[in-house]
Design a protein around this ligand. Structure first.
Ligand SMILES: Cc1ncc(COP(=O)(O)O)c(C=O)c1O
Length: 396
């Protein structure tokens, strides 16, 4: 067991000398209290746990960030503490009315030993948009980044160094007022927890099979589909269960009105690779007001263009997907998201039949984009768009 640290000091977020290294300004003084009363793991225990390659999201680091919001004080009391349970009144409003939002991003080990995040400002912006949709108080961007940085700096030994491995960060916000009245809570908790991760899918890079749901829909325009709110995921589990019963790995969502247009796959966006006149075109469903606009999806719009592919956001229907695979126009389909990066889709099943994509094999565009993205994230390739955000320096 570890010796008790019993520290309670002000945590000074290390602000890099060049503020422009960050994609949005970090406040000069951004103090987060550090209350490291005990460490869960010795160095040997942590190394043993990290070598065990626990399934995605099941192994947690030693610490967490917490902060509180009240109407009177706004966001306050930011602290890095030992990872510990929350204590909540049974009437806490998140249990009843589900005001809960979250984000998902990663910290990557860089070749020089420093640690960097990837386009974290996009996650901060989406967290604000999700909060607004759920009538929750937006967390300022700089506090979002400072919290990420504080946790990664504190738990930096938990960041795996291998290619494709990273520290998955889960910022989230929940309503904390003890309240049975149906109105937004006036008290909130923000927290960040972290998990060292490798492959998201247990079968690594094998193409996944998908079940296109026509019994259930994920979201409708005007609903909460563009927000990363907990309820969207709760509502998706039954369809995901149905996909499993159909022998498929993941569920694919159709638009909620006509059940025709492809929206997305489980917790990932979709891309279709078309071959036309010997040229490759990379197409993703256009934002419909219902699908979650992924950071990876947005990144690939640029990366695919840079690789020389024509890129398009437009409506794609299930019929076009099936016919395109039959006549060879669609040569590859892949899903993308922070957790699993890029995953090939090999087989599609629905109430209307079943078909394979590229004979169920992964394709070259899929694998090229995956490699390119990972190499930028891990600092192995140039970063022309300044997507990498330094979090912890080499000697810090
Ligand atoms: C429903 C849904 N779609 C798409 C994505 C991909 O988003 P990102 O690339 O920002 O991880 C996610 C993951 O956050 C998601 O939950």
């Amino acid at each position: 067991m570890n010796s008790a640290i019993n520290k309670c000091i002000k945590y000074e977020i290390s602000v890099p000398s060049k503020e422009e290294m960050f994609m949005f300004p970090v406040p000069k003084l951004c103090s987060i209290e550090r209350k490291l009363s005990r460490l869960r793991c010795s160095d040997e225990e942590r190394q043993r746990l990290m070598a065990s390659h626990a399934p995605f999201g099941e192994l947690f680091t030693d610490h967490m960030v917490v902060a509180e919001y009240t109407k009177a004080e706004g966001w306050h009391d930011f602290a890095v503490t030992a990872l510990e349970p929350f204590s909540c009144h049974p009437a806490t409003s998140v249990f009843h009315y589900g005001q809960a939002i979250f984000e998902g991003l990663k910290a990557y080990s860089q070749p020089d030993g420093s640690l960097a995040a990837f386009r974290v400002e996009k996650n901060a912006e989406r967290f604000i948009a999700s909060a607004q949709r759920m009538a929750m108080p937006p967390l300022p961007k700089e506090m979002f980044l400072a919290s990420i940085q504080a946790l990664v700096e504190t738990d930096r030994k938990w960041v795996p160094a291998g290619f494709g491995e990273s520290l998955y960060l889960r910022p989230f916000m929940i309503a904390r007022e003890s309240l049975l009245g149906t109105r937004p809570s006036s008290v909130y908790t923000f927290s960040v927890i972290a998990c060292p991760v490798g492959n998201y899918f247990p079968n690594g890079l094998s193409p996944v099979s998908v079940w296109v749901s026509t019994d259930y829909v994920r979201a409708v325009r005007g609903g909460t589909g563009e927000a990363k709110c907990a309820g969207n995921y709760a509502a998706s589990f039954l369809a995901q269960q149905q996909a499993r019963e159909q022998g498929c790995d993941q569920v694919v969502w159709l638009d909620a009105i006509e059940l025709k247009a492809i929206e997305e796959m489980g917790g990932m966006n979709l891309y279709f690779v078309f071959s036309e006149n010997g040229k490759k075109k990379v197409v993703t469903p256009a934002p419909s007001g219902a699908l979650l606009k992924g950071v990876t999806r947005d990144t690939l719009l640029t990366l695919a263009g840079d690789c020389g592919y024509h890129v398009e956001e437009r409506r794609i229907e299930l019929d076009e997907w099936r016919d395109g695979c039959a006549n060879g126009r669609i040569s590859e389909v892949f899903a993308c998201g922070t957790a699993a990066v890029i995953t090939p889709v090999g087989r599609v099943k629905s109430a209307r039949g079943e078909f394979a994509i590229n004979d169920g094999k992964s394709g070259e565009v899929t694998m090229l984009l995956r490699e390119k993205l990972l190499r930028i994230q891990h600092g192995l390739d140039a970063d022309p768009y300044s997507w990498r955000v330094p979090l912890v320096g080499v000697g810090d």
